[in-house]
Design a protein around this ligand. Structure first.
Ligand code: DHE
Length: 495
């Protein structure tokens, strides 16, 4: 079946080429030269999204021209304005808005044909053979050379390193006992890994161009959010067999990409953000998956949930406000002015002067917003050295850490005092190199920062003294995930 998929893609590319000839003389060559590496030869997506008219409805051609010329903030899309002239940019925009004559079908049969079980369930061993605390392991995703490192969280010695699928994205998801971890790649592969035996157990390709995965609260199923096809796939977590596929459409029948899917533990459901239609989907899991639609005023694609999972906070399309939705009442209850595109998915919470607050960096503004979760008021806006992507803390630490992913100070990580809400220290793990994504160990004793470069590193800091303890070379370590913090839904980590 894999061979069939490859040949389908080859047909698509050949046909895409013949279509492009209509769009302009240079478009195919320009696409091959500048776009194919990230968006795929066939335009079906790679680490960059699929570039097809049905996936670009929301962008529109005028904004596509701008995106090609200026790049896209908060993505890996660089600006081409200095390399390409206006007519070349226009030819490329026409090309990506030209329909492919044939887009491969990716339904149950195609998914199942890719399924590979490496180890049968009855061969699982009962205990890990190593001495490390299995609940204090770190899973480090290295996107530089597409590997994953499993790290002992007490000694910071690597236990194992293995080749992952291409371009893993989003946090890996752990079963409630912390034993199994699932990875999602941007090209649709879901991989199940055993943290006891340190081996890949099973894999399946659940989409062509995928966003992220979520695990159900009881660990029995995995949801996969896809851009291509427009589907939400539910897999059985034991053997990755397909349980259900939702063809994602609004009540009016309009098709939509799925931006992301999340687990809602206290609701026993998955909640999915739809990119193109004003609906949020809740898949209730009691007695088998059932869809509940929550209509919204506009599409929203990045969510933060309060700890009770009663409300979600989503970014509005204009990037100026955030919208609070009461999930049970299916109603928008508040709009909070939060300009500069807060990165709500990386929001964390803590208790500040007796109140529960959440904090989130902004992707387009040099600030962190701190929000009161009782009345959704803005408690403080903390000015930073630049826009940021990720934030982390731990119940046992007085500090919250945030990166400055974008701009001239991308090598800085700020340490914020959770009580005074002031930046108390700015660290530079590797001057001139991007510092990003912090994660604490299980006990809150250490904070680990990524030097987010191909010849990068992870740098381990003492979480109290803020002094460096150790550094290990890694290849663009995009994210690190501590088993305990993830399975206990630590307030200091995104979920
Ligand atoms: Fe991510 C998580 C969306 C670009 C690295 N990213 C997420 C999640 C979403 C999301 C919805 C939460 C899902 C989860 O964890 O299951 N990311 C998006 C985008 O829409 C955006 C801006 C554009 C895109 O290209 O898709 C985007 N993300 C990036 C990057 O460019 C990053 C820095 C590098 C990369 O690998 O592509 C990146 N995203 C990450 C990481 C997480 C993530 C490391 C997990 C964070 C965590 O700590 O849980």
């Amino acid at each position: 079946m894999q061979r069939l998929a490859v040949s389908l893609f080859a047909v698509c590319f050949a046909l895409a080429g013949s279509q492009a000839a209509l769009a302009g003389p240079d478009a195919v060559e320009l696409y091959k030269q500048h776009c194919a590496e990230c968006h795929g030869d066939d335009r079906l997506g790679k680490q960059g999204p699929a570039l097809l008219p049905q996936n670009l409805k929301r962008l529109r051609k005028k904004r596509a021209l701008k995106a090609i010329a200026n790049g896209r903030p908060a993505t890996q899309m660089p600006p081409f304005g200095e390399v390409l002239n206006d007519s070349e940019i226009a030819a490329l925009a026409d090309f990506i808005f030209t329909p492919l004559p044939f887009v491969p079908v990716w339904g149950e049969a195609e998914i199942d044909a890719t399924r590979n079980i490496a180890v049968e369930v009855d061969k699982y061993i009962k205990k890990p053979p190593y001495k490390s605390d299995p609940l204090n392991l770190f899973v480090v995703v290295e996107t530089g050379d597409h590997h994953v490192t499993i790290l002992d969280g007490d000694t910071f010695e690597p236990l194992h390193r293995f080749k992952s699928r291409f371009a893993l994205h989003g946090g890996p998801k752990f079963t409630p006992d912390g034993r199994f971890v699932f990875f999602g790649s941007r090209d649709g592969w879901v991989t199940k890994f055993d943290l006891y035996t340190l081996e890949v157990l099973a894999e399946v390709r659940a989409g062509i161009n995928t966003r992220n995965i979520a695990i159900s609260p009881d660990g029995s199923s995995i949801a996969v959010a896809n851009y291509l096809p427009h589907s939400l796939v539910i897999l059985n977590a034991t053997d990755l067999a397909v349980e259900k596929i939702y063809d994602v459409r609004s009540t009016d029948g309009e098709s939509s990409r799925v931006s992301a899917v999340y687990q809602a533990p206290k609701r026993n459901s998955f909640i999915a953000a739809l990119k193109d239609v004003p609906e949020i989907w809740e898949i209730r899991l009691e007695g088998g998956p059932k869809l509940r639609r929550i209509k919204t005023d506009e599409p929203m694609d990045d969510f933060f949930f309060d700890q009770a999972y009663k409300h979600l906070l989503g970014s509005s399309r204009d990037g100026k406000n955030s919208v609070v939705v009461d999930i049970d009442a299916a109603k928008t209850i508040k709009r909070i002015p939060m300009p500069g595109l807060p990165h709500l998915g990386s929001g964390i919470t803590w208790t500040h002067q007796g109140r529960q607050v959440m904090a989130t960096p902004h992707i387009k503004k040099a600030q962190v917003s701190v929000i009161d979760l009782a009345d959704w008021s803005v408690v403080k806006t903390i000015k930073t050295k630049g826009p940021g992507f990720f934030m982390r803390s731990h119940e046992k630490s007085r500090y919250a850490w945030t990166d400055v992913f974008f701009g001239p100070h991308k090598d800085v990580v700020h340490v914020i005092d959770k009580e005074s809400l002031e930046i108390v220290k700015s660290l530079k793990p590797a001057p001139g190199k991007t510092a990003a994504h912090v994660e604490f160990d299980r006990h809150g004793k250490y904070a680990i920062v990524s030097v987010w470069e191909k010849d990068g590193a992870i740098v381990i800091y003492d979480a109290k003294t803020l002094e460096e303890v150790k550094r290990l070379p890694m290849s663009k370590p995009s994210g690190k995930y501590n088993v305990w913090n993830k399975i206990t839904f630590s307030k200091g980590t995104s979920h």
